[in-house]
Every structure is written in structure tokens, then in C-alpha cells.
Write a protein that binds this ligand. Structure first.
Ligand SMILES: *Cc1c(COP(=O)(O)O)cnc(C)c1O
Length: 467
């Protein structure tokens, strides 16, 4: 050892290919890789690691990302499980029967949580996220409508789907990709959520369904599934049209069962055909996993199911993707076991408490008016009061907060109210009360800074240097 060390000290020519050399002076680290062509030759694994790692630090700290709904914190046991299971492909049900059995258990647990009428007659699946889950829920509605229309000898040319103008982009995609007319119900200050108002003007014989969102992306508010359902009952009485609902519970389906147990929104409503959620949002798993469950096997058209071999038997599958990670499904099950009903309730309620604390304090600062409080899902948004809109904007505040590391986006409200600019905070597990008060004092400080800026600057800029 001693000899080696003294040899190294004496050597004047460092061999650049030897991994003992200091990081950042080895080839690839002291120079730049071409960004758009495959390198000719291999690099040391530690070099490749360092380069990718260093570029990724420019993303900032995900824990301060209050824009995303997606989990940015899991505990150490979850991380350990994630590493152990990173190689599992969810579609290899025959090869990984245990993971397949756990997937099956997870959607059955959700079906039960969402009050399916008969747990022995339901069907569901994991997906890569809510987008895929929504697409599957929407496709089932389309197929059901087509089957009924064909049986009646009627045209299936012009399907339409009804939703709030404040839907998440996945529903625009769904309608675009599957040739369905999207019928948007406008948002207005009086009807900021979908609440059945004027629904009769949108429903016709070509309506495949209505989407109700539990936790609108813009504001966190819940569409009123009970009111929508009642209005559809009235419409059916008058017209005979029996229109079903898909609940897009990307966030809310993993919050409402725990924190708003008296709210009726799930399979307790007869018109609810299917429910989807993002396991990677308030399911508390890293991206990406989603879930979709149908009321019963009869409302999922057989034509959507494919059969794969599973333990020598037959396993029905329905999905847009073929291969996808199985690790997230195991992580979902880990969270179910780790937290249980009471644990989920405590975690989500704590996020709601942090959100309502933040929203009430933000309302007190002066320039802001709350659009929502964060008492549905822990997500809330605010606007600038009129007097302030001339001097600085919420985009300016977002920029200022970004300089401190916080990502608190500003964006226009949905169509028909797109002149209204909102700013939003998504509270998730990991935004502790302590971090929240640090955020609050940064917001207060930046508001003071922006207010002070409105004192006019002198017309002439003077140089500080004398030439
Ligand atoms: C996030 C979200 C989606 C899309 O979910 P992914 O899991 O990101 O694919 C759909 N609908 C709503 C209401 C959402 O909040």
C-alpha cells in the first residue's frame, strides 16, 4: 500500500483512463460529450453517472415543486423495495405471478374503498397513470354506447362526451385520439365546477357519458357528482336517454374516502360506471401508476379484454401499454399495508391542514383572493385583487419564488375564464408545517419586494463608473 501511494505521488503523468484519478478531470468529465450523437466509445460508469447526475441537479429540488400533483417523497423501506423490484415487468404475469396477484389485490382494495355494489363481480386494472386509466374508462363508455346503438339499428358515427371546460388535458386527448366530439360545459364564476347546470343542453342520443372530476386541476375543487347524477335522472325521465358517469378521481379518489367520508361521489351513485385514480398522486407512490375500476363486469365490454396466459390458466388484461414497470404496483401495495385506512386518513388530513393553514395565511397578506381553500384535495388557488393587477402579476411572484427554489406556478383559468390568472399550490406529504411556514415567509417577503418596486424608477440610468 505504502509503496503504491508513494509511486502515485511521484508519478508526473496521470493516465486519464484510470478510475483512481480525481472526478471532473477524467475524460468526459474535463470535456463535453456531444449532446445529439451517440458517443463512439464507452465511458467509465462513474463518469457517465457523474455527467447524468450533474445535469439532473439543474432540475432543482422536487420537494419544493408545489406545481406537481405527483409524489415527491416516499420512505426508506419504499425506496428499498423500489430498487429490489426495478426489473419487474408488469405484463409478465406468468413469470411474476406474485406481482400479478398483488396488482389484482390492489384494485380490489380500491373497488371496496369506492363502494362497488358487489366485490366479487367487479373488474379493474393498474395502468401507467390516470391518463391511461381515463382512456380505458372512456373507451368502455364508447363501446357500451356503440353496442346499444347497433342493437337498436342506429348510427354510431357521432359519439360525444360531456365534461367541464376545466378538465385535465387527458380528456381532450381521449376525444381527439378516439374520434369523439368533446362537449365542454363552460366554467363561470357561478358554476366553476360541473354541477348539472344546463346539462340538458348538452346531452343527446349520441352522448357516451359525462366526466366528473374529483379534484379539478385548476382549483382542486370537486365536480358535484350527486347534482350531475340527479340532473341525468331528470333527463332520462324526459327523454329516455340513460347516460353514465366516469369519475376522474386522479387526486380526489384517494382523498375523499378518508377525509370527506360523508361526501357521495363513488359507486354509491348508480350512474357511476367507472372510477380512475393516479396511484402516483394521493395514492402516495412515485410515478407512474394509475388505477381504474368498473362498477361490475357487465359494464366493461368484453371486446376490450385480452387474454394472456397466467399460471397455465387465463388472465384477462386490458391496457394500452404492453410492458411497464411492476415496481410501482408493489409500492402501492406497500403503502396500503404500511398506512392502512387510518394512516391514509392521517397523511391526507395533515396535507389538508397544511393547505388550509397556507391558504388562510395567504388570504391575509392583502393582494390575494382565494379561489379555493385546499379543504377538498389539499390544492388551492388564488387570484390577484383588482387594484394589484396593474402593478405586478402572479407571473412575477412565481418568478420571484422560483429564485428561492419554490415552484408555485401561475397560469390562466380554463376557457371562458381564461382572462383570470390563477396561482396554485399543491400540498403533498413531505411539505411539512415547518416548510410551509418558510414558504409563507418567502411569499410575504416577495410581495413586499414587488410592492416596493412599484415606486417609479428614475428616467436616466447613471453609470457607477467614471471613465
Ligand atoms: C393528473 C390528472 C390526470 C392525468 O393523470 P396522470 O396520472 O398524470 O396520467 C387526469 N385527470 C386529472 C383530474 C388529473 O389531476
Amino acid at each position: 500500500m505504502t509503496t503504491n501511494n508513494s509511486n502515485a505521488r511521484q508519478s508526473t503523468n496521470i493516465d486519464p483512463n484510470v478510475s483512481i484519478n480525481p472526478v471532473f478531470v477524467r475524460p468526459g468529465e474535463a470535456t463535453e460529450f456531444d449532446k445529439f450523437t451517440l458517443p463512439k466509445s464507452p465511458s467509465l460508469p462513474s463518469t457517465a453517472y457523474q455527467i447524468v447526475h450533474d445535469e439532473a441537479i439543474l432540475d432543482g429540488n422536487s420537494r419544493l415543486n408545489l406545481a406537481t400533483f405527483v409524489s415527491t417523497w416516499m420512505d426508506d423501506e419504499a425506496k428499498k423495495l423500489y430498487l429490489e423490484a426495478a426489473d419487474k415487468n408488469m405484463i409478465d404475469k406468468d413469470e411474476y405471478p406474485a406481482t400479478a396477484a398483488i396488482e389484482d389485490r390492489c384494485w380490489r382494495i380500491l373497488a371496496d374503498l369506492w363502494n362497488v355494489p358487489d366485490v366479487s363481480d367487479t373488474i379493474g386494472t393498474s395502468t401507467i397513470g390516470s391518463s391511461e386509466a381515463c382512456m380505458l374508462g372512456g373507451l368502455a363508455l364508447k363501446r357500451l354506447w356503440q353496442e346499444k346503438r347497433r342493437a337498436e339499428g342506429k348510427s354510431t358515427e357521432k359519439p360525444n362526451l360531456i365534461m367541464s371546460a376545466a378538465v385535465q388535458v387527458v380528456w381532450e386527448k381521449f376525444c381527439n385520439y378516439w374520434d369523439i366530439e368533446a362537449r365542454y360545459v363552460p366554467v363561470s364564476p357561478d358554476h366553476i365546477i360541473l354541477d348539472g347546470y344546463n346539462l340538458e343542453d348538452y346531452v343527446d342520443e349520441n352522448t357516451i357519458g359525462v366526466v366528473a372530476i374529483l379534484g379539478q386541476t385548476f382549483t382542486g375543487l370537486y365536480d358535484d357528482a350527486v347534482a350531475i347524477s340527479k340532473k341525468l335522472d331528470e333527463i332520462q325521465e324526459k327523454t329516455g336517454l340513460d347516460v353514465k358517469i366516469h369519475i376522474d378521481g386522479a387526486s380526489g379518489a384517494m382523498v375523499a374516502p378518508f377525509c370527506q367520508p360523508d361526501l357521495v361521489w363513488d359507486f354509491q351513485l348508480d350512474r357511476v360506471n367507472s372510477i380512475s385514480t393516479s396511484g402516483h398522486k394521493y395514492g402516495l407512490v412515485y410515478p407512474g401508476v394509475g388505477w381504474v375500476v368498473w362498477r361490475n363486469t357487465a359494464v366493461l365490454p368484453e371486446s376490450m379484454i385480452f387474454h394472456v396466459s397466467y399460471l397455465g390458466g387465463d388472465m384477462p388484461t386490458l391496457a394500452l401499454n404492453f410492458s411497464r414497470p411492476g415496481a410501482q404496483v408493489l409500492l402501492q401495495y406497500y403503502q396500503f399495508l404500511r398506512l392502512g385506512f387510518e394512516g391514509y386518513r392521517e397523511v391526507q388530513q395533515n396535507s389538508i391542514d397544511v393547505a388550509t393553514y397556507l391558504s388562510s395565511e395567504i388570504a391575509k397578506i392583502g393582494p390575494f383572493e382565494l379561489v379555493s381553500k385546499g379543504d377538498t384535495i389539499p390544492v388551492f388557488a388564488w387570484v390577484l385583487k383588482d387594484g394589484y393587477t396593474q402593478t405586478w402579476s402572479l407571473y412575477d411572484l412565481a418568478d420571484r419564488l422560483r429564485m428561492k427554489g419554490w415552484l408555485v406556478p401561475a397560469y390562466p383559468m380554463a376557457d371562458d375564464m381564461s382572462d383570470v390568472i390563477l396561482q396554485r399550490i399543491v400540498v403533498k406529504v413531505g411539505l411539512s408545517r415547518d416548510l410551509a411556514s418558510a414558504l409563507l415567509s418567502d411569499i410575504k417577503g416577495e410581495v413586499e419586494y414587488l410592492n416596493a418596486l412599484t415606486t417609479p424608477l428614475p428616467d436616466v440610468a447613471h453609470s457607477h463608473f467614471h471613465h
